[in-house]
Design a protein around this ligand. Structure first.
Ligand SMILES: Nc1ncnc2c1ncn2[C@@H]1O[C@H](COP(=O)(O)OP(=O)(O)OP(=O)(O)O)[C@@H](O)[C@H]1O
Ligand SMILES: [Mg+2]
Length: 309
């Protein structure tokens, strides 16, 4: 079986911007692939290349074995796409929106009707059929968007920041829906700014300046910084930060709520030196210890060295 999504060295530039610069990607059925990366990394452009909304300058993309550039319609039959700034028809009702997307997909009336009912139940919008899309909350709009993207039972689902700006409870609901979609064997690519969502994916690709810098399971990526993150809880905080930053082995100091994560070249030196240095500066230390790295630690370290060296 070919992978449901297979892209080989895709390139796409806009005048002088290399938005996608040689990306290869392979996603199988039942797999959630998380795309993370800073603004302008090329995530949306990559997804638009996969849908065939943009023509690649070079490279190929296949969806379920169909070439997106040469067999665009065949490929698209297998794709559900939720764009970053997708639009529902605000003056149409929930049901009318679903019907519209079903008709665009060439589904017959009876099929649309049955599918719409099933999907409204699935996304938790049963009972809201006659509400105008404009009058839905942000999270409900995203769920309706997902339902519209799924109307033709696609094997491949491409979601561009589907939960950005959505409250945490609704984000949780949304992921429960994705888990069910994945269980049906769908291949999902989802771009997200949220690390907790990236951590739910089977694999993550970290994109920067049009390239996939690293790819791996959440566990593999976190392991890239094994032994190189220290947690520091200390008061006063600004003085603690200054002292930590001055240590020669400390590369970066990140704030996570009431604590700091120190990224270190090696842990032994700072663990030995910092207690005395902090005490001398009048800083009270509650905790200083090595901790398992988070994905956020890893991605920030990659941004510090965007060429991945
Ligand atoms: N239609 C376009 N015309 C010109 N430049 C574009 C176009 N689309 C994207 N770009 C540029 O390509 C680069 C990648 O943009 P893209 O939207 O793919 O990034 P992104 O990772 O999705 O960012 P964000 O997280 O902000 O959504 C950016 O520099 C962007 O300005
Ligand atoms: Mg984008």
């Amino acid at each position: 079986m070919p992978p449901l999504i297979e892209a080989l060295t895709l390139h796409k530039s806009f005048s002088h911007t290399r938005a996608v610069a040689g990306v290869s990607l392979r996603v199988d059925g039942g797999e959630a692939y998380g795309l993370v990366g800073p603004d302008g990394a090329g995530k949306t452009t990559l997804l638009r290349l996969l849908v065939g909304a943009l023509d690649a300058d070079s490279g190929t993309a296949q969806i379920n074995g169909y070439d997106v550039a040469r067999q665009t319609e065949l490929a698209r039959q297998h794709i559900g796409y939720l764009a970053q700034r997708f639009s529902l028809y605000g003056d149409l009702t929930v049901l009318e929106n679903l019907r519209f997307f079903g008709e665009v997909r060439g589904l017959g009336e009876a099929r649309v009707k049955a599918r719409a009912e099933e999907l409204l139940r699935f996304v938790g919008l049963a009972g809201f059929e006659s509400r105008r899309a404009d009058a839905l909350s942000g999270g409900m709009k995203q769920k309706l968007g997902l339902a519209c993207a799924l109307i033709h039972e696609p094997k491949v689902l491409l979601l561009d920041e589907p939960t950005t700006g959505v409250d945490p409870v609704t984000r949780q609901d949304f992921w429960q829906l994705l888990i069910r979609v994945l269980a049906q064997g769908t291949a999902v690519v989802v771009s997200t700014p949220y690390m907790d969502e990236a951590a739910r994916c089977n694999r993550i690709g970290f994109m920067h300046s049009g390239r996939l810098l690293v790819e791996g399971t959440p566990r593999e990526l976190a392991a890239m910084l094994n032994g190189r993150v220290l947690e520091l809880i200390a008061q006063p905080k600004d003085r603690a930060r200054r002292v930590a930053q001055a240590d020669p082995a400390v590369e970066d100091v990140l704030t996570f709520g009431d604590r700091f994560h120190l990224r270190v070249a090696e842990p032994a030196g700072p663990l030995a030196r910092l207690p005395a240095a902090l005490a001398e500066a009048g800083v009270t230390v509650t905790r200083l210890r090595a901790i398992p790295p988070s994905l956020e630690d890893v991605f920030i370290s990659l941004l510090a060295q965007p060429d991945g060296k």
